[in-house]
Write a protein of this length. Structure first.
Length: 236
């Protein structure tokens, strides 16, 4: 997906980037490719792939929610900033927290945020279950992209979400793992509102966005330590 194809596909989902936003994305892509030569942040190696599989893919979250109406967003396992940093560029109203336990990735993000001169953005190098101890239920939206299975991800994510806020993971083909996660979502105070399945342009791979409303507080015992989550995930 070249830049013109990117702009055209965004128009199909009612996003119309400004010149400043396009310039920020170009700087983002170039810096990512440069940095990736020294530190492996992504398997994607070309500008066209970045525009399709990172930038466009991150923005598809707007298929299920209007981000102009919310104040805070947490991106768990953000990696090189997807989707959280891309969403920050397009929705500067958001106070964004980028959370990742990999120090090399958070160092890259710290440098990039300075380059792009972004404000109201926090980068945290910590495990989700540890960070949650002092940050429970204080985000309007919690998201993640291609991180773990749904029943594990639900336990790591839903405790961060405010009641009446949303947990919105971006996944590939998720039918099997989603079927196993209904009980976990219920226990953690969530209720699935929307499951949006579609094809990524050009390559036609399956994408799924799940919009989960937080209807009640998550029990304080969650999230458990990661080894316990892995050994005994919450399943039906």
């Amino acid at each position: 997906m070249n830049k013109q194809e990117f702009i055209a596909e965004l128009a199909n989902i009612n996003i119309f980037p400004t010149l400043d936003q396009l310039n920020q994305l170009e700087e983002y892509a170039n810096y990512l490719l440069e940095y990736n030569k020294l530190t492996n942040l992504t398997a994607i190696k070309t500008i066209d792939e970045i525009y399709l599989k990172h930038f466009y893919d991150s923005l598809t979250i707007i298929k299920v929610i209007d981000l102009n109406k919310y104040n805070s967003l947490l991106d768990i396992g953000t990696g090189a900033g997807f989707p959280g940093l891309v969403l920050k560029i397009f929705y500067p109203n958001l106070n964004v927290t980028l959370l990742d336990s990999n120090n090399k990735k958070t160092k890259f993000l710290t440098n990039l945020v300075k380059k792009l001169n972004l404000s109201k953005i926090e980068i945290v190098n910590e495990r989700a279950e540890q960070y949650c101890q002092n940050n429970r239920e204080n985000h309007d939206i919690v998201t993640s992209r291609a991180v773990s299975s749904m029943q594990i991800l639900a336990e790591l994510s839903l405790p961060f979400v405010k009641v009446n806020g949303y947990f919105i993971p971006l996944k590939a083909n998720v039918k099997e793992e989603l079927a196993k996660s209904h009980k976990a979502i219920e226990i953690l105070g969530g209720k699935i509102e929307i499951i949006s399945e579609f094809k990524l342009p050009i390559e036609n791979s399956t994408r799924t966005i799940i919009k989960i409303l937080k209807t009640k507080p998550s029990p304080n015992i969650y999230p458990r330590s990661y080894d316990k989550i892995i050994k005994k995930p919450l399943v039906k």
